[in-house]
Design a protein. Structure first.
Length: 215
């Protein structure tokens, strides 16, 4: 017997048409051109016509601003020019004093003028700073802050001075607005109509009492 032979089936494909051949040639030419000539990306030059959005670090002014954070804390920021600092140092040396520390002097000026009697405390600045959080520790008080140089002899020379602020009181205000005050008899009537005496009145009854009918 003859062994069966596995014959491969031949697949017959139609030859590509002339139109398909021409399209393939065009694609090959395009690919060769792209591979030979790499695309050049032009760098966008930076234009200096637009102003910078960054805020300046210094404005060249001698200024100090004091703000209230809460009933116990204050926040201050400042700027002192080199000219102002040199001027104060020359004043200290002219009086034969020795500068010791740059400090924040915090004054409690509640119910007093700044030129009168007042209490204060110092915060030593051991490095260059332009702002500081201050633990005032007492609500409902008026405060002023000065940045200055303290001398070894106990003197104090001001560089800049802040505005005056008042910390809020802690708790509910004891000030009553007379415009919204209510007589006791009307209050207790409204309280009863709202069900305060277990009368179980409706909201309509309260509205009729609060808003009288037109004449």
């Amino acid at each position: 017997m003859k062994k069966p032979t596995n014959k491969k089936k031949r697949s017959f494909r139609k030859p590509p048409s002339k139109g398909a051949r021409s399209i393939k040639k065009v694609l090959r030419r395009i690919r060769s051109k792209i591979s030979r000539k790499p695309l050049k990306i032009k760098e966008i030059e930076k234009k200096d016509n637009f102003p910078s959005a960054d805020l300046p670090t210094f404005y060249g002014e001698n200024k100090m601003v004091l703000l209230v954070k809460d009933p116990w804390w204050l926040f201050t920021y400042w700027e002192v020019t080199d000219g102002r600092r040199k001027e104060v140092l020359e004043m200290i040396r002219s009086r034969r004093f020795s500068p010791e520390k740059t400090v924040l002097r915090v004054y409690d000026v509640t119910d007093t003028s700044f030129a009168g009697r007042y209490s204060f405390f110092d915060i030593e600045l051991n490095f260059i700073a332009t702002n500081w959080f201050i633990d005032a520790g007492i609500p409902d008080r008026q405060w002023v802050v000065e940045l200055g140089i303290r001398t070894r002899e106990g003197g104090f020379f001001t560089l800049v001075k802040s505005n005056t602020v008042r910390t809020p009181r802690f708790g509910v205000s004891d000030v009553l607005d007379q415009e919204w005050m209510m007589p006791d008899d009307i209050f207790w009537k409204l309280f009863g109509l709202s069900g305060g005496f277990a009368g179980q009145k409706s909201s309509l009854a309260v509205v009729e009492f609060a808003i009288p009918a037109p004449l």
